[in-house]
Design a protein around this ligand. Structure first.
Ligand code: KE4
Length: 430
């Protein structure tokens, strides 16, 4: 592969953008190479600045579940844009998307749109604190909820990938109100939630962890979390920025039949445009300004183009059999990959929930942050670079998930499995 133009673009980008990227994980530092610059995408195919093409398993980190540049989504954006791009005033489209979310997501009676997943989770936590009058937030090691100060303790995603323990610039006074405990550990969970010295406002959880790699909830974990938070009057926030409209049309809460008090959404509901959302019981949501005292605002919140892209995307997800077909495709693909690992003898723990999956290069089960950290990230880096060179675009980190999109074909997946076997065998030669 020739990367000449990407190399030139990266050098130029670094002159004016920190690290040459607008989000750290895109810099590919943990996989030991420079990023390729993407100039266009269609369906499941990316094309970089040097006209190399790739089969895409990042899907813009989740939003592109129907594939890139879907004509219905592009058409909706184009049709909306000619009437103006932003008014700073309410628009009918916001109601349309809000009604779709309320109808789809079991816990959501009212929803507020924001511009990112971070804004959604930050606002939901503020609302939980405002509604309860309490201050402690409980999160889980390895889970990532965006880059708001309160969350940057033992977070996942780029903080693992880059080994950033929390982050400078976040005052101790802020993070002292955040307690981070092991994911899937019901003993520690119960002990923490029943600790009367902790003035707990809420627990925020990724119902399927996607930011330490894919880590499914252990049987009973979410049920115990719901039972304890209900009993103790603690707000349960499901961070469904990844799982929302991905695991099912009703998200993880429908998939697992657990109803949280508040839900955070993002990614898919924007169809690739900047959207986040938080929603839940009307009783709680009515505490949000202007009706209530909990303040949250945003110039471009509910932006018409983003609403139009989200509406078009959700309409495509309503296709009969969409999730069944995605599940079958994902299941078949994970079986193919397990077959590759078995035949080559490379130790891989493949975790999958629906169309989210991660192959951890380790020989012991991955059930939480500590066990995920046993994965061989340097072996993943070799695999990443080898696959990129063969036109397969994986997440540039062992601690992220692969997103299977509706646009990936049988042929794409068979070729990817074939190249995975080639890559594994090549690693064994070294
Ligand atoms: P954004 O602010 O990036 O839109 O959403 C933050 C967020 C919140 N909650 C969950 C469960 C998330 O996964 C995210 C963001 N996900 C990462 C990928 N694991 C975004 C990629 C990036 O940071 O560039």
């Amino acid at each position: 592969m020739n990367y000449t133009k990407s190399v030139q673009l990266f050098s130029k980008a670094k002159q004016v953008i920190p690290g040459g990227v607008n989000s750290p994980v895109r810099a590919c530092k943990s996989v030991g190479c420079d990023p390729v610059f993407i100039k266009k995408a269609q369906g499941a195919t990316l094309t970089d600045a040097d006209d190399n093409t790739y089969i895409d398993f990042v899907s813009s980190w989740g939003p592109m579940i129907v594939g890139h540049a879907h004509p219905d989504v592009v058409g909706a954006i184009q049709k909306t844009a000619v009437s103006g791009t932003s008014f700073g005033a309410p628009t009918p489209l916001e109601i349309d998307l809000a009604e779709m979310v309320v109808e789809a997501v079991p816990s959501v009676e009212k929803v507020r749109f924001v511009n990112s997943g971070t804004e959604a989770t930050m606002s939901a936590v503020r609302l939980a604190r405002g509604y309860t009058g309490k201050k402690i937030v409980v999160k889980f090691d390895g889970c990532y909820h965006g880059h708001a100060d309160s969350f940057l303790v033992k977070a996942g995603s780029g903080l693992i990938t880059l080994g950033i323990p929390g982050s400078p610039g976040v005052p101790d006074d802020i993070v002292k109100n955040t307690v981070s405990i092991p994911y899937n550990n019901v003993e520690v969970l119960e002990k923490t939630l029943r600790d009367e010295t902790l003035d707990i406002a809420c627990v925020i959880v990724e119902p399927v962890a996607g930011n330490m790699g894919c880590v499914p909830p252990a049987p009973g974990f979410l049920q115990t979390l719901r039972r304890l938070t209900s009993e103790l009057g603690i707000i349960l926030i499901f961070d469904e920025v990844i799982t929302g409209f991905r695991l099912s049309y009703g998200g993880a809460q429908h998939y697992f039949n657990i109803t949280p008090d508040l839900t955070c959404l993002g990614k898919i509901i924007g169809g690739g445009l900047p959207v986040g959302a938080y929603g839940g019981k009307a009783e709680i949501m009515d505490c949000v300004a202007p009706d209530g005292p909990v303040y949250q605002a945003g110039t471009l919140a509910g932006n018409p183009l983003a609403m139009a892209a989200g509406i078009a995307t959700l309409k495509l997800l309503q296709r009969s059999g969409f999730y069944k077909e995605l599940e079958e495709k994902s299941d078949k693909f994970s079986d193919m990959l397990r077959g590759v690992a078995d035949r080559t003898g490379i130790p891989v723990q493949l975790n999958r929930v629906g169309s989210l999956m991660t192959g951890f290069f380790c020989s012991t089960p991955v059930t939480d942050f500590d066990s995920a950290m046993l994965a061989d990230a340097s072996r993943y880096a070799v695999h990443y670079r080898q696959m990129l060179g063969q036109g397969i675009y994986l997440a540039p980190s062992q601690f992220e998930v692969a997103f299977i999109s509706d646009a990936l074909t049988e042929k794409d997946l068979e070729l990817t499995a074939k190249m995975t076997e080639w890559s594994f065998k090549k690693m064994l030669e070294k």
